[in-house]
Ligand binder design. Structure first.
Ligand SMILES: Nc1ncnc2c1ncn2[C@@H]1O[C@H](COP(=O)(O)OP(=O)(O)O)[C@@H](O)[C@H]1O
Ligand SMILES: [Mg+2]
Length: 1081
């Protein structure tokens, strides 16, 4: 449910002054102060909004706030300018009523800010869309442009509007903005040439100088230094919190958005520059022969630059500053200007140039923002006009007079419209109404604007009168005509009571405005009203080669010389204010009354006297009184019933029926006297604020009770829901627990059942088994018995056939079967074909022993034969040799086993191929069977000498190892035998046949590493030599050797191993050669 806050909720002080109790000026001010101290800057008087200037930004203008106030009733929320803007916008959109927002207050009270807030609120809540947004943007961006050119820093306000502005925003039937029209009122142009102390010129001058690029300034022939320009006051050129450079960019950007062309912006800046230049043109007197002084331009440089800027011929302007031409009918009279007149002309030109430029800007903006369609539209006017101005410390002049006149008119319209609206409402609602007295300032307005004897009319008359006219003659005229007026005071008026009033100087008059007495000094009234620009100057301007300047001075066109005087400033202003007032009267007014809390532009300061003064002259107290004289509070029936329906049982909680009846029932039920309220057509009117407070108090109590009730019901509901939740949870928990318990129980029963079952089944099975076993035994017994029985029968039958043969036959058969099985079995378990494989499958029966011995032998022989049959001839020869070696040495010589694995290579010296032995080879004509190096043992000392040992088919040859020279050649038949030891040495003795040719030298004792091979080969060769018998091989550890003449015994002994492995040979004596062979491990 949406929580609605009301004007009456959380109120600080009283949000609507109408409800103030008791009503007095003090309580009024106190209420304002209290609210101001709490940052509540807005307060209502009925539908009028009082706005206090906070002089600081408050967080109450956010988009969220806009949303909050959007489409809400005026009194629904706490007072805000947005509420007023929303009310105005909605009644414009929904009720088709043109609206105007009238913002009044002193200078610096926050009018311009208020107008901007209203515009931005309306922009935020009205329709959206590309086109609409563009219009909105243009309307909003017109502000910075006009502010730059029309606002200035004053002592009252750093951004004081020095012109009046009224802006009509036009909407279509849907409430979408279509465009707008801006009207401007009387720019304070005197500021262009002179600024009061502590104030400065219009913002644009400073913005241009500090914000424009160097390039732009160069083009405009300007210098950044303010002090160069006479028209710029220096004492407050820089304003705190005002960034002129940044603002210049904003202004340029705004001009672009509004639709200014590049060249238009440039022209505008040129004009601004021209005004500055104009201020620097200075004059000096030059005496003429007739004794009078004539003015001359001091330094023509500035004039030249200005003329260049505006495209004016320098001589033309120079002349215009020196002469004045007066045309009267057919005559043309030229007079020279003195210095003072020249300055006057210069300043008049500057002022005119600037003010016309300003008006042109407004026209130009209007061109951009004007509605594109001709369709009927609704209008919301926003009036932000300069506030009432009184200077205590300096002269109030023509400008202030005009400004205050305007405010006077606005006050009147306020009085008229507020009261009229109030009265009309009573009539509309059918409420009885008696008129209320209030101060009507119509009389003051009349003093100023009366067509016959009003001050403005007399000023005009004075200005137009032929003859010498001065400000003094004007004052004289006032003194004679207005003397009787209640609100006019002057020293010389016939009203003698002011004769002695020294606060009233002679050249002044005083008007009692609604907002206070203002003393005006007449000096300058006539001039300013005339607003005279010498024709020479306007003509010079018209001649300029500058599109904008030409437009601004149409009266300078020589072709259209108008001898009629232009309308005076006062006249023009009165007329435009008149139009404005007429315009405002056709619209529904909405008032924002701005109040300044202090004179220091400071936040948090509330000066009672200052506020009190404003409250007085703004007529706010009267406003409240008028509002309360009738009925202090009114409210439509629906919201009223909605708000207070809880005060009566019959209307609470719902009232079915018309709201008015509901309210009637409600009021009748309450202890409120009947005269305290009236029922209008659509609203209830409550006379006394106290009644409203009573209602509010009752409502507050009622709300408290209701809150308690709601709390009670809520708490009950909460406890109940909690309880139900707990209950539900408990059921769930219980259910789960039960399930769990049942599951457990079931598991237990199930396992018990299984146990019982298994026991039963086991018992049954065992029983069955027993029965089956018994049955089987019975069957077996039966079978056995029957077998025995049959056997007995058969045996009895066949006994006669068995007797002698059956046993042998069975035996033979059995043996046959066994053998068959054995042989078939052998087939799969035969050992490998390798001759050295000794394995043989075991015999299954002992009686097979014979077979078992014979079979492996046969198999081995067969296997060996197979093996041999694979051999080549060479391999066969090798094996034969090996076999022979085995036959000779096996188990006879210890060296033999180590030779088995050594292949018999034969030619160890590669005698046929090695070139070293070529000679030797050729000396031996037989094929060499063996060639090796052997040691020939010296017979004398047993030392060895290396010799080449060759064996051919026919002979043995010994040759020198180095030279290859044959030392001895022994034909094989000459060899008697070979002797070797039983041990592992390589010694052998070649014993020669006695009596042979070779025997002369004696036997050879040699040693070789290849002993086995040599002996074997010798043995073989000897055997194959056809004519010789087989060579004997003696194997013995002692043998005799014939050395030439002696027979020496060669004895082999087992030597100690410490001698190393070498075999040592020593001649022991004549008869003994001892060979010591190390023991083999
Ligand atoms: N609602 C506001 N919030 C914050 N500052 C404000 C507000 N209204 C006015 N001011 C301050 O007061 C100054 C004067 O306000 P302005 O509207 O220019 O006064 P006026 O137009 O009445 O002369 C502003 O420049 C601003 O600093
Ligand atoms: Mg302003």
């Amino acid at each position: 449910m949406e929580v609605k806050t009301s004007l009456l909720d959380n109120m600080i002080g009283v949000g609507d002054m109408v409800l103030l109790e008791p009503l007095s000026e003090d309580s009024f001010i106190e209420n304002l102060r209290k609210r101001f101290d709490h940052n509540e800057i807005y307060t209502y008087i009925g539908s009028v909004v009082i706005s206090m200037n906070p002089y600081r930004s408050l967080p109450i203008f956010t988009p969220e706030k806009v949303e909050e106030y959007r489409n809400r009733n005026f009194y629904e929320l706490s007072p805000h300018i947005y509420a007023l803007a929303d009310e105005a916008y909605r009644s414009l959109r929904d009720q088709d009523k043109d609206q105007c927002i009238l913002i009044t207050g002193e200078s610096g009270a926050g009018k311009t800010e208020a107008s901007k807030l209203v515009m931005s609120y309306v922009a935020a809540v009205c329709g959206k869309g590309q086109e609409v947004n563009k219009v909105k943007e243009q309307l909003l961006q017109s502000n910075p442009v006009l502010e730059a050119f029309g606002n200035a820093k004053t002592v009252r306000n750093d951004n004081s509007s020095r012109f009046g502005k009224y802006m009509d925003i036009e909407f279509d039937f849907k409430g979408d903005p279509l465009g707008g029209v801006i009207s401007n009122y009387l720019l304070e142009k005197s500021r262009v040439v002179k600024q009061p102390r502590g104030e400065r010129n219009f913002h644009i001058f400073y913005q241009l100088l500090s914000g424009a690029s160097d390039d732009t300034l160069k083009k405009l022939k300007l210098d950044r230094d303010y002090s160069k320009y006479n028209y710029l006051s220096l004492d407050s050129a820089v304003v705190n919190g005002l960034d002129d450079a940044a603002n210049f960019r904003t202004v340029k950007n705004a001009m672009q958005i509004v639709g200014f062309m590049e060249d238009e912006v440039q022209s505008v800046l040129e004009l601004v520059a021209a005004v500055l230049k104009l201020g620097d043109i200075e004059f000096k007197p030059e005496s003429r022969c007739n004794g009078s002084d004539e003015s001359r331009i001091k330094d023509k440089n500035d004039l030249k630059e200005m003329c260049e800027l505006l495209g004016i011929e320098q001589s033309v302007l120079e002349r215009a500053f020196s002469y004045r031409t007066v045309e009267a009918r057919l005559e043309k009279v030229s007079t020279t200007l003195n210095v003072a007149q020249a300055y006057y002309a210069r300043d008049a030109l500057a002022k005119n140039l600037y003010s016309r430029l300003f008006s042109w800007l407004v026209t130009r903006i209007n061109e951009s923002i004007k509605a594109q369609t001709k369709a009927r539209h609704k209008v919301m006017g926003v009036l932000d006009i300069y506030g009432f101005e009184i200077f205590e410390d300096r002269d109030n002049s023509f400008e202030q007079f005009i400004i205050n006149y305007c405010n006077e008119k606005l006050q009147q319209i306020f009085i008229e419209l507020t009261l009229r609206e109030e009265q009309e409402e009573y009539v509309r609602e059918g409420i009885e109404w008696t008129n209320i007295e209030y101060f009507n300032n119509a009389i003051i307005c009349d003093l100023i604007e009366n067509h016959q004897n009003g001050i403005l009319a007399m000023l005009d008359e004075e200005c137009l009168r032929p003859g010498t006219v001065t400000d003094e003659t004007f004052l004289d005229k006032l003194n004679t005509i207005c003397a009787e007026h209640q609100h006019f005071e002057s020293r010389l008026s016939k009203n003698s009571k002011f004769l002695t009033d020294h606060s009233l100087p002679h050249n002044c008059f005083r008007i009692q405005h609604y907002a206070g007495k203002v003393l005006y000094r007449v000096e300058g009234f006539v001039d300013k009203n005339n607003d005279l620009l010498y024709r020479d100057l306007s003509q010079a301007m018209y001649k300029a080669n500058h599109s904008l300047i030409k437009q601004l001075f149409p009266e300078g066109n020589p072709g259209k010389v108008n001898l009629k005087r232009p309308p005076t400033a006062g006249f023009q202003f009165r007329a435009s204010v008149g139009t404005l007032m007429k315009n405002l009267q056709t619209k529904n007014p909405n008032y924002i009354r701005c109040i300044k809390p202090n004179d220091k532009k400071a936040s948090h300061i509330f000066t009672d006297s200052l506020v009190c003064h404003q409250v007085r002259y703004l007529g706010l107290m009267e406003n409240v009184r008028v509002r309360r004289a009738g009925y202090a509070f009114r409210q439509a029936y629906e919201p009223c019933l909605e708000r207070y329906k809880m005060l009566c049982k019959r209307t609470w909680p719902h009232w079915r029926g018309p709201a008015r009846e509901g309210v009637e029932v409600l009021m009748a039920d309450l202890p409120v006297p009947a005269e305290e309220f009236s029922f209008g057509r659509s609203k209830i009117f409550i006379r006394n604020p106290r009644t409203l407070f009573f209602l509010e108090e009752r409502r507050r109590q009622c709300l408290q009770d209701l809150a308690t009730l709601i709390q009670k019901i809520y708490r009950g509901w909460k406890c109940r829901s909690h309880f139900l939740l707990l209950k539900k949870s408990q059921i769930v928990v219980a259910a789960w627990y039960r399930r769990y318990a049942q599951e457990k129980k079931y598991q237990k029963i199930k396992s018990a059942t299984t146990v019982v079952q298994s026991y039963t089944r086991g018992w049954q099975a065992r029983k069955l088994l027993r029965e089956l076993k018994y049955q089987k035994r019975c069957e077996e017994a039966v079978t056995t018995i029957s077998a025995f029985w049959h056997g007995t029968q058969v045996r009895r039958e066949y006994r006669k056939f068995f007797r002698a043969n059956a046993g042998k036959k069975i035996y033979d058969f059995t043996i046959q079967r066994i053998m068959q099985k054995y042989f078939l079995g052998l087939k799969s378990t035969m050992p490998s074909m390798s001759p050295i494989d000794k394995s043989w499958p075991a015999r299954p029966y002992r009686f097979l022993d014979g077979v078992h011995r014979e079979l492996p032998r046969i198999f081995h022989l067969w296997r060996c034969k197979k093996y041999r049959s694979q051999f080549t001839e060479e391999k066969k020869a090798v094996y034969e040799e090996k076999l022979e070696a085995s036959e000779i040495f096996k188990d006879k010589k210890a060296l033999y086993p180590s030779s088995v694995s050594q292949p018999f290579k034969g030619d160890y010296l590669e005698i046929s191929t090695n070139p070293k032995y070529q000679k030797l080879n050729s000396a031996v004509d037989e094929k060499v069977l063996l060639a090796d190096v052997v040691n020939k043992i010296n017979r004398a000392n047993g030392k060895g000498t290396a010799r080449i040992f060759l064996l051919t088919k026919k002979s043995v040859v010994l040759a020198d190892q180095k030279t290859g020279q044959v030392k001895a050649s022994v034909p094989l038949p000459d060899l008697a035998s070979v002797s070797v030891s039983t041990q592992s040495d390589g010694f052998f003795a070649l014993r020669l046949k006695e009596g042979s040719a070779s025997a002369v030298k004696g036997d050879f004792l040699l040693s070789s590493e290849h002993l086995i091979e040599i002996i074997t080969k010798l043995h073989r060769t000897g055997a194959t030599a056809a004519d010789s018998k087989q060579l004997n091989v003696d194997i013995s550890d002692e043998f005799l050797v014939q050395f030439k003449h002696d027979k020496v015994c060669v004895k082999f002994i087992q030597g100690a191993p410490k001698n190393g492995n070498s075999v040592s040979c020593k001649r022991k004596n004549n008869r003994l050669l001892e060979v010591s062979v190390p023991t083999t491990a």
